[in-house]
Design a protein around this ligand. Structure first.
Ligand SMILES: [Zn+2]
Ligand SMILES: [Zn+2]
Length: 125
């Protein structure tokens, strides 16, 4: 059985020609009206910027699983969130190891993208 789930998020850029990016907290919404509401709020907050609504379609696949137990990987885990690295995670903010750092991409991404002026974590300390 294959299922699709759609969520919406907002990308912004300060000037035309700059790469689009998600700024601040990486919210996404299942409901389009809600996302449009947030888009309008974002446009009010930063009127000089360009903002656009993005749609993320996630494919969910359900299938019978095998019952042979593979031993728990004692793979190395992220030094921040303690989640084991998953090198097969293709997401740029997923749980794959970030380059040669002891942290996962998700944590690095959250650290680099933090808009909290007082943000300090093991990564940037
Ligand atoms: Zn992590
Ligand atoms: Zn940090």
């Amino acid at each position: 059985m294959t299922d699709h789930s759609t969520s919406y998020f907002i990308q912004s850029r300060p000037v035309p020609g700059q790469p689009w990016a998600q700024h601040g907290v990486r919210w996404s919404w299942q409901s389009k009206p809600k996302a449009l509401e947030k888009l309008a709020a974002r446009r009010e907050m930063k009127p000089g910027w360009e903002h656009r609504l993005m749609e993320r379609i996630t494919t969910v696949v359900e299938r019978p699983a095998t019952e042979d137990a593979t031993p728990e990987e004692t793979a190395e885990a992220c030094g921040k969130c303690q989640r084991p690295f998953n090198p097969d995670d293709p997401r740029w903010d997923g749980s794959a190891r970030y380059a040669s750092t002891p942290y996962c991409r998700g944590c690095i991404d959250r650290c680099h993208d933090s808009t909290d002026a007082f943000h300090v974590c093991v990564i940037c300390r």
